[in-house]
Design a protein around this ligand. Structure first.
Ligand code: FAD
Length: 396
C-alpha cells in the first residue's frame, strides 16, 4: 500500500497528527500497538491524566475531536494555587485575570485517545500492530509491520513515545536526562470540594499536584525520590491517606477513598534532530519533559498541528526542505520549555536556605505583579506567542 504519511504510534500526539493530516487531505496510515479502551470515561477514573491547555484544546476543537472528550468525562479548572512547603511563598492564578472562562482541563489520557480514534474515518489504521523494519530511499520510505504488512509512504512520522522504535530504526540519537525522581499517580476522592482549582505544593523531595476531576475526585501526581515513591505505593490505604493529607496540608480535607496507585520513573531528553529526509519526530519521540508543569502532551499536540500545517498541500510531504520548516518552528520552543522546567526543578528541589528564601520571594512577588503574572498565564495556556493555524482555530 502507498500512502502520503505513515504515523507510528497512535497515542494522544500521533492520533492528533493523523486527524490533522486527514483534514489536510493527505492519505494517512496510523500504526498503533494498543487498541483504544472501549469504555474510556466510564467506570473508575484512570490513573493517567493530562492537564490540557486552552491552546491544545483549540487544536482538538478545530479537528472536531473535543466534543468526543466532553461527551465522555473531563473537568475544567479555573484557578491554580502553587505554594512552597519550605519557604512559605505562594502564587494564585485565576482565569478571570486573563478574561478566559478557564485555565485548562484535566482529561484522562484514555478519554482523549478514544475521542481521537473515533474521528479517524478515512485513515488506514493498523491496530494492534507495530513497526518491525524501516527502509529509507531518496524518493520514499518503506515500513514493514510485525503483522507482515508493508507500507510505502512519502513520510514516516515517529509518534511512538519516549522509547521510540522508529527513531531508533532511523538512527536518530536521543540524549536522555535521568531525573532520579519517580512520580506516584492515582485518583483520590477527597472530603472537601476542589472548587475547580488545580493545586501544587512544592515539597522537599518534589512537587505534589492535586488535579481536579469530576465529583470532587482529584488525580495526584506526587513527584519524589524513587525510594519514597516505592514506600508510598506500598503503604496500606489508610496510612497512605494520612501521608497525603499531611503532604497537602489538609487543603482538601481527609481522603474518602484511595484509588489505585501507580509509579512512573521520570526521564527527560531530546532527540538530536526532529527531522531527516522522509522522517519526522513528534511528541515524546522528539522530547520528553518533566511533568512538573503538565506540558508534555501540550507541546506534542502543537508539534502535530505545526507538522500537519507544514506538509499540507505539498506534493511531496517527506522532502527535507518541507520538514525543516516544522523543525525550525518547534525545536526552539520545546527546548525553551524544557530548560525552564529544569530550572524550576532545580530551584524548587533545593533545600539551601538562600535559594528557598529567594524562590518564595519570587513566587510572592510575581503574585503581586499582575502584568507579569498575566503574561506568564497566557504563555502557559498556549494562547500567546506564535501558534500554528489549528491552535488559532483555523482549518488546514
Ligand atoms: C506522571 C506524568 C504526568 C504527566 N502529566 C502531564 C500533564 O498533565 N500534561 C501534559 O501535557 N503532559 C503530561 N505528561 C506527559 C505526557 O504524558 C506525555 O508527554 C504524552 O503522553 C506524550 O504523548 P505521545 O503520544 O507523544 O507518546 P505516548 O503517550 O508515549 O504514546 C505513544 C503511543 O505509541 C504506541 N507505540 C509505542 N511503540 C510503538 C510501536 N513500536 N509501534 C506502534 N505503536 C507504538 C504506544 O502504544 C502509545 O499509544 C505527564 C507524564 C507523566 C509521566
Amino acid at each position: 500500500m502507498h500512502v502520503d504519511v505513515v504515523i507510528v504510534g497512535g497515542g494522544m500526539v500521533g492520533a492528533t497528527l493523523a486527524r490533522a493530516c486527514l483534514q489536510a487531505g493527505l492519505h494517512t496510515a496510523l500504526v498503533e500497538a494498543r487498541p483504544p479502551s472501549p469504555d474510556a470515561g466510564t467506570g473508575p477514573f484512570a490513573q493517567r491524566v493530562s492537564a490540557i491547555t486552552p491552546g491544545a484544546e483549540t487544536v482538538l476543537r478545530t479537528l472536531g475531536v473535543w466534543s468526543g472528550v466532553t461527551a465522555r468525562r473531563v473537568c475544567a479548572y479555573r484557578r491554580m494555587h502553587v505554594w512552597d512547603a519550605l519557604g512559605g511563598g505562594e502564587i494564585h492564578f485565576d482565569a478571570r485575570d486573563v478574561a478566559e472562562p478557564r485555565l485548562g482541563h484535566i482529561v484522562e489520557n484514555d478519554v482523549l485517545i478514544a475521542a481521537l480514534h473515533e474521528q479517524l474515518e478515512g485513515c488506514e489504521v493498523f491496530c494492534p500492530d507495530t513497526i518491525s523494519e524501516l527502509e529509507t530511499k531518496p524518493e520514499r520510505v518503506r515500513v514493514r509491520l510485525t503483522s507482515g504488512r508493508v507500507l510505502n509512504a512519502s513520510l514516516a512520522v515517529a509518534a511512538d513515545g519516549a522509547r521510540s522504535r522508529l527513531r531508533g530504526l532511523a538512527g536518530i540519537g536521543f540524549r536522555p536526562r535521568p531525573y532520579a525522581q519517580h512520580a506516584l499517580v492515582g485518583p483520590m476522592h477527597m472530603d472537601r470540594a476542589h472548587g475547580a482549582c488545580a493545586r501544587q505544593r512544592f515539597l522537599p523531595n518534589g512537587p505534589l499536584a492535586l488535579l481536579p476531576l469530576p465529583d470532587d475526585w482529584v488525580s495526584i501526581v506526587w513527584t519524589t525520590t524513587p525510594e519514597e515513591a516505592a514506600e508510598l505505593a506500598a503503604l496500606p490505604e489508610a496510612k497512605f491517606a494520612d501521608r497525603l493529607v499531611a503532604a497537602s496540608e489538609g487543603v482538601l480535607g481527609s481522603v474518602r477513598h484511595v484509588g489505585p496507585r501507580a509509579v512512573f520513573p521520570l526521564v527527560g531528553g531530546q532527540a538530536d534532530v526532529y527531522v531527516q529526509p522522509r522522517i519526522a519526530l513528534v511528541g515524546d519521540a522528539a522530547h520528553v519533559i518533566h511533568p512538573l508543569a503538565g506540558q508534555g502532551v501540550n507541546l506534542g499536540i502543537l508539534d502535530a498541528a505545526t507538522l500537519a500545517e507544514s506538509i499540507a498541500g505539498r506534493r511531496d510531504p517527506g522532502r527535507i526542505g518541507v520538514l525543516r520548516r516544522y523543525e525550525r518552528a518547534r525545536r526552539g520552543d520545546d527546548e525553551l520549555t524544557m530548560r525552564l522546567m529544569e530550572a524550576f526543578r532545580y530551584v524548587f528541589g533545593s533545600r539551601l536556605a538562600p535559594v528557598v528564601r529567594l524562590r518564595s520571594l519570587g513566587l510572592s512577588w510575581t503574585d503581586a505583579l499582575p502584568p507579569i503574572k498575566t503574561r506568564l498565564t497566557r504563555l502557559a495556556m498556549d494562547i500567546a506567542g506564535e501558534r500554528p493555524r489549528l491552535a488559532r482555530g483555523l482549518m488546514l
